[in-house]
Design a protein around this ligand. Structure first.
Ligand SMILES: [Zn+2]
Length: 389
């Protein structure tokens, strides 16, 4: 057995760490910062501690707040053009996965040759991506949701505007140098987004735990992440200002992101991505709906591991291994209901006629099923969508 690990950069986690943006940018050698943020975050005052920290460190900054949800390649190219036009020599990204992914992809383009465009960095099977530039401007990532783990992962997920499918750019050197994970920035996240992003973090932990990539050093940490989510996601949804629950969820998202960086994902994410592209489902919601059905399909390939997932979620350890693994699936479905999310595609507004097209994309375009514990094909993908409908 051999293993390959991709670790986070420096991670600060706790109330108030967003203010470290200035000292960390200065330590990275910056004199002027490109501050890329979701516009709604700026309006909500979440940028204030970051701006205070940058000013206190004597740094000037250029604010770029035109981040779009599910960023596409032209949005990344526009951000890269703005970075080049600024005086900035470092990037601070604040927001959810869309803002941090835009920053990760943007710095590849901005540091590359002038003619390079984001779409040329796409990682696709059998295709050569543009070589990464040798030096990237340092990136400090500040998440405002506890879900994607984008603050520690090596990839950015972009949407192809013409074909609508999702693709990744990045690699081991695209991991942000610093993650400032400040639960204070998550206290006002509304219940739906808290629930959906939290279920995304759970799907990262569970998919990574049963992945065919062998990274045993990560296994105990992943079970801890699952335990944190089972305990604290319902609390964070019910009482958004509960600081202990927000801190737990921030840690769980960090664990999920660290886990998938080495262990990758599985068929749940392959099934979820086309639901976002073709039926506009929020990423975490798509995963929340698909996860129990992908687990049920995959159970024969990882029965013992699914039983341990159940134990981490507090399922009583009674009966056969199979019974305990099945109880884990029930616990995930119950958690989805507890946090107020729909559990069926039909209740989320997905049309049944879309299923064959979704299955084709999930299998032939999305490669995340590669590390699923049970092999899939297009017919299996269709079967899982129909079970979730
Ligand atoms: Zn995800």
């Amino acid at each position: 057995m051999s293993s390959h690990y991709i670790w986070p950069g420096q991670v600060f986690i706790g109330a108030g760490v967003a203010r470290h943006a200035g000292t960390e940018a200065r330590a990275a050698g910056a004199s002027c910062v490109f501050l890329l943020a979701d516009g709604a975050m700026a309006a909500a005052g979440l940028l204030d501690p970051v701006c205070t920290g940058l000013s206190a460190a004597g740094l000037s900054f250029a604010l770029y707040d035109t981040v779009v949800p599910n960023p596409d390649a032209p949005a990344v190219d526009a951000a890269a053009d703005a970075f080049r036009a600024s005086e900035a020599d470092a990037v601070v990204a604040l927001g959810g996965g869309s803002a941090i992914d835009t920053a990760k992809a943007m710095r590849l383009v901005a540091a590359g040759p002038p003619e390079g465009r984001a779409a040329e960095y796409a990682l696709r099977l059998g295709e050569q991506a543009r070589p990464h530039p040798r030096h990237l401007p340092p990136l400090i990532a500040i998440p405002t949701t506890a879900g994607t783990g984008a603050e520690v992962t090596p990839w950015a997920v972009l949407t192809d505007p013409a074909e609508k499918f999702k693709f990744s750019v990045g690699g081991p050197r695209s991991v942000p140098e610093v993650a400032l994970i400040d639960p204070e920035l998550m206290l006002t996240l509304p219940p739906f987004l808290t629930a959906a992003t939290g279920m995304d973090a759970l799907s990262h932990c569970i998919e990574a735990y049963v992945s065919t990539n062998q990274n045993p050093v990560l296994d105990p940490m992943i079970l801890f992440g699952i335990e944190l989510i089972g305990r604290s996601l319902p609390v964070a949804v019910a009482r958004g200002a509960d600081r202990a629950a927000r801190h737990d969820m921030a840690q769980a998202a960090l664990i999920g992101g660290t886990a998938i960086s080495s262990k990758w994902l599985g068929a749940c994410h392959a099934l979820a991505h086309p639901l976002s592209s073709f039926a506009n489902l929020q990423h975490g919601l798509a995963n929340a709906i698909m996860l129990p059905h992908q687990m049920a399909y995959s159970l024969p390939g990882a029965i013992e591991r699914y039983a341990r997932v159940g134990a981490a979620l507090g399922v009583p350890q009674e009966g056969s291994l199979r019974r305990r693994a099945e109880a884990a699936i029930e616990a995930v479905a119950q958690l989805t209901r507890d946090v107020g999310l729909p559990t069926r595609l039909r209740d989320a507004g997905v049309s049944e006629e879309l299923i064959p097209q979704l299955a084709r994309y999930a299998y032939t375009v999305d490669l995340n099923w590669w590390t699923n514990p049970r092999s899939v094909d297009e017919a299996a993908m269709e079967q899982i969508y129909r079970a979730a409908f």
